[in-house]
Unconditional design. Structure first.
Length: 352
């Protein structure tokens, strides 16, 4: 153990299991308010001060006392993260990042799944009344912006994703239009001219699918390539097997294409199998891109070129905005974008 910390603990009588905010402040040589600001991720703390406080937190193994805070403030120390299905790899990875960000800011996360249904999303909104959580990060799929406004009570909420959000609520998302255009442009630059889109819903399009298809179409039109509706390959459910079926059916029907933009990495994995089963080489005959940059995209053969949203920034900023609301910030809704990049791998390398 660091001698300074050991000496400090002996003098104060503190132990790692019962370290107080005051202990961290004394070791770091700052006020308790500054420690609180660092724990909650506030931006207006100098980097040198933030580093000093973080070293003290790490050395003392400080953990915020959530029960004490609830007694003092009436808050639970819990926030909810609600989305359609934790089995979808993107949401599993997002959950891990949100949990890490919340823990860093002194909160714990409760996961709620909606199955992407109107009934499930309404149930989540109704659960606000239980008082179990202090606020919610919510990624709606089907419930309308107006209904969110009507059904939520006064508890804070931050909207994730592309669905329309009330102007009074904070929202953070990726620019799906621009990202899809970037992915399509990459395929065009490698010489692909008959580019398909796969993996969107066969019924009502989600906001994300709609924006990604529009970005794909815009890239084609910018290059004078006609947008052909026959080159849209939907699927019934968000599984790789449905993408196998959808892309395979298109190939079996005689539809030819040399590039494929997939709505997400699960669709890309399914498309890859469908093409390989039919002796179609990737990327030789067809170059394809995925979306979300999930861990599986790195280990398929070939590995999958994928749109990578900055999920670290999304998780941290969304959690930060929610906690600011919980702690009394009352400004107008903030609608923010996080960056994205295209991670190039074997399925669509730089050169054709």
């Amino acid at each position: 153990m660091n001698l300074r910390v050991d000496s400090y603990l002996q003098i104060s009588g503190a132990r790692m299991s019962a370290v107080r905010l005051q202990d961290v402040a004394e070791l770091a040589g700052v006020s308790m308010k500054t420690v609180s600001n660092v724990v909650r991720g506030y931006q207006h703390v100098s980097q040198s001060t933030r580093d000093r406080v973080q070293r003290a937190i790490d050395e003392l193994d400080y953990r915020p006392n959530l029960m004490g805070r609830r007694l003092a403030t009436g808050r639970t120390g819990l926030i909810a993260l609600s989305f359609s299905n934790v089995a979808i790899p993107y949401f599993a990875e997002l959950s891990r990042l949100v949990s890490a960000a919340a823990n860093q800011m002194g909160y714990r996360v409760l996961l709620e799944e909606t199955d992407g249904t109107l009934e499930g999303e309404r149930a989540v909104l109704a659960s606000f009344e239980s008082g179990l959580v202090d606020g919610m990060l919510f990624q709606p799929a089907v419930v309308s912006s107006l209904e969110i406004s009507r059904r939520r009570n006064s508890l804070p909420m931050v909207i994730l994703g592309e669905a329309a959000a009330p102007l009074t609520l904070d929202r953070i998302m990726v620019d799906n239009f621009a990202a899809a255009r970037d992915a399509t442009n990459h395929l065009i630059r490698t010489g692909r001219r008959q580019i398909a889109f796969a993996g969107h819903e066969s019924g009502r399009l989600s906001a994300a699918s709609s924006q990604r298809i529009m970005g794909y179409q815009q890239a084609l039109e910018d290059e004078g390539i006609p947008a052909d509706p026959r080159l849209l390959f939907p699927r019934d459910t968000v599984t790789p097997m449905d993408a196998v079926i959808g892309v395979g059916a298109a190939v079996d029907a005689g539809i030819r294409f040399d590039g494929l933009v997939c709505r997400d990495d699960l669709a890309a994995i399914g498309a890859l199998r469908a093409l390989q089963e039919r002796g179609i080489s990737v990327p030789g005959d067809v170059a394809l891109t995925g979306w979300d940059n999930i861990m599986m995209s790195r280990v398929t053969y070939p590995s999958i070129t994928s749109v990578a949203p900055d999920t670290d920034a999304l998780a941290h900023r969304a959690t930060q905005m929610l906690i600011e609301r919980i702690e009394g910030w009352e400004g107008a809704g903030r609608h923010e974008l996080v960056d994205h990049r295209l991670v190039l791998r074997e399925s669509a390398p730089t050169h054709a």
